[in-house]
Ligand binder design. Structure first.
Ligand code: FMN
Length: 217
C-alpha cells in the first residue's frame, strides 16, 4: 500500500554505473623512482581532511610502488586550463613492466613523465621529490598510512600529511598570505571520465561565516 502511495512522487530510476566518479579534483602525484628519476601521474580519487590528503592510488601503479618505498610525494593540482597536461599523461605509466590489463587498455610505458607533460621539475623544500613549477598548487606530503594491502579487498587508500603548501601568488587573497582565494583558484575536475572546470561561485556560503583560521590545527 505504501509503495502505491509514494510511487507517483518517485523521481529516480535504479541505475548501476560501473564507476561512481561524481566529481573530484585531478591531482598530479610526483614521486621518486628507485633509480633517482621522477615519476608523475594523474589521479582524481583525492580529498582532504584537515592537513591530510586522502588518495586512491591503485596498487599496480609506479606511484604506489614509489610511495611504499619512499613515503614521500608532491601532490600538484593543475588548473582547469591545464587539461592538456593531464591528457598528455593519461594512458601512461612509469612502471617498468606495465600490468597486462593496462597494456590491453592502451597504456604505454613512459620514463620521463615531466617531459611528457611539458612541466618543469623544480626541487621541493621538505621532501626529496620534484615539484612541477607550472601547476598553481603543489603540496609536499609524507605518507601516514596505507589503509589496505595489495591483494586485499580494501580500496587502495593512501593517507598523506601535507607538510608544505606552494601556491602561485596570484591565487592568494590580497593582504592574506595564508588564504587561497576560492574565487581565483580554478581546479580541474574529473566527473566520470571527463574533465571540467568550476562555474563561478553560485551562492554565498553560510559555512563561510566561520573564520577559516578556526580550522587550523
Ligand atoms: C584524469 C585521470 C584520473 C585518474 N585517476 C586515478 C585514480 O584516482 N586512481 C588510480 O589508481 N588511477 C587513476 N588514473 C590512472 C593512473 O593515472 C594510471 O594508473 C597511471 O598508469 C599511473 O601512473 P604510474 O603507473 O606511473 O604511477 C587516472 C588517470 C587520469 C588520466
Amino acid at each position: 500500500m505504501t509503495d502505491t502511495l509514494t510511487e507517483p512522487a518517485a523521481r529516480h530510476v535504479v541505475t548501476n554505473p560501473a564507476i561512481l566518479y561524481f566529481g573530484t579534483p585531478v591531482v598530479l602525484v610526483s614521486t621518486r623512482n628507485a633509480d633517482g628519476t621522477a615519476n608523475l601521474a594523474p589521479f582524481s580519487s583525492a580529498f582532504w581532511l584537515g592537513d591530510r590528503a586522502v588518495l586512491g592510488v591503485s596498487h599496480g601503479s609506479q606511484t604506489y610502488a614509489n610511495l611504499r618505498r619512499t613515503g614521500q610525494a608532491v601532490i600538484a593540482l593543475p588548473s582547469s586550463d591545464q587539461a592538456d597536461v593531464v591528457n598528455r599523461l593519461a594512458l601512461t605509466t612509469g612502471h617498468p613492466t606495465p600490468a597486462a590489463y593496462k597494456l590491453a587498455r592502451g597504456y604505454a610505458q613512459v620514463a620521463d613523465k615531466f617531459g611528457r607533460a611539458g612541466l618543469t621539475a623544480v626541487p621541493a623544500q621538505v621532501v626529496d621529490v620534484p615539484l612541477p613549477a607550472e601547476t598553481p598548487i603543489a603540496l609536499e606530503a609524507e605518507v601516514v598510512a596505507f589503509h589496505s594491502e595489495p591483494g586485499s579487498d580494501g580500496a587502495p587508500v593512501t593517507e598523506l600529511r601535507v607538510v608544505r603548501v606552494h601556491a602561485h601568488p596570484e591565487l592568494l587573497l590580497p593582504g592574506r598570505p595564508n588564504r587561497i582565494d576560492p574565487d581565483r583558484w580554478r581546479p580541474l575536475i574529473m566527473s566520470f571520465q571527463q574533465l571540467y572546470g568550476l562555474t563561478p561561485r553560485v551562492a554565498p556560503s553560510r559555512l563561510a561565516a566561520i573564520d577559516e583560521e578556526a580550522y587550523r590545527r
